[in-house]
Design a protein around this ligand. Structure first.
Ligand code: NAD
Length: 262
């Protein structure tokens, strides 16, 4: 399968380049990024020269190289445009870029249907993070109160993380309204109690040194339950990304969330 990595010069893109290049059944045929244009992507990723130069025009690169899959790890600001370009060319996608909203997802499903293409979109490709979300969905049946703390590196632009939003969605599938606060709260510093989605508080921490971490904390009578996942480095996402590329041939339309592939 011929694969183009979009965002190949970024932290995740470089990891995907290394992972795709290491697979016998996948061919890294192209690499697109707005930076490092013209450089050999192998040199950039510590693989030595592999004969794949970085280009900055996704549309042109797709038409020239005719890949079966584009893997996108770019930015929330450009991902919808990238999906539009790729799907219009009739090419399947694996999208890890975060910041995709429910409204965006509906547009993507429509676009995929119109162009008869498939996509796997996941806010978190780490298998352990998928387990964390599944366990949280189970636990909320027995605990009324829950809050989420998500922690990421200081270069992350969107907050809360796609994983936190997805966790809330999965919890709400099980219980539509977690317990409300017992007291009328007084925030002495605005925002100190975090943001809220569907009655669940989310707290976003951004610090250098972090990669991607999340705790789902449940509170009950005389006890707490903490479900925690840590991505210690970006290789943690690669088994999920490679699995998604391989499973494209077996899915219908757009699959959102890695848990729906397992
Ligand atoms: P990064 O800033 O290191 O890399 C982004 C890259 O995209 C940069 O090299 C940039 O030049 C490039 N880019 C920007 N606009 C582009 C365009 N129009 N076309 C092509 N390339 C373009 O960021 P990162 O840490 O690699 O993260 C990328 C995305 O992946 C973010 O949205 C992040 O939240 C997400 N992410 C997802 C997962 C997951 O498992 N789904 C895991 C980690 C990060």
């Amino acid at each position: 399968m011929k694969v183009i990595v979009n965002g190949a010069g970024g932290n995740m893109g470089k990891e995907v380049v290394r992972a795709v290049y290491a697979q016998d059944d996948l061919e890294l045929c192209g690499a697109v990024d707005m930076g490092e244009v013209g450089k050999d992507v192998g040199e950039l990723c510590g693989l030595g020269c592999i004969g794949v130069q970085i280009t900055d025009d996704l549309d042109y690169t797709i038409k020239r190289l005719q890949p079966q899959v584009v893997v996108d790890f770019t930015t929330p600001f450009v991902v919808m445009k990238n999906i539009e370009i790729t799907m219009s060319s009739g090419v399947n996608m694996v999208v890890g870029t975060t910041g995709i909203t429910g409204v965006d997802l509906e547009k993507i499903r429509l676009k995929a249907a119109q162009n008869n293409v498939k996509a796997v979109i996941a806010p978190n490709f780490a298998l352990g993070a998928v387990m964390m979300m599944n366990f949280a969905r189970q636990a909320v049946r027995y605990f009324d109160s829950v809050e989420i703390i998500e922690m990421h590196h200081d270069q992350k632009v969107d907050a809360p993380s796609g994983t936190a939003l997805k966790t809330v969605e999965m919890i709400l599938e099980q219980k539509d309204s977690p317990a409300a606060a017992l007291v009328q709260e007084l925030e002495k510093i605005p925002g100190v109690r975090g943001g809220e989605m569907g009655g669940i508080k989310i707290h976003s921490i951004r610090l250098p040194g972090l990669v991607a971490h999340q705790e789902v904390i449940f509170g009950g009578l005389g006890q707490t339950l903490i479900i925690r996942h840590d991505s210690l480095n970006r290789t943690s996402f690669m088994p999920g990304v490679i699995m998604a590329i391989r499973k494209l041939s077996q899915i219908e339309g757009v699959v959102y969330g890695l848990e729906n592939l397992l």
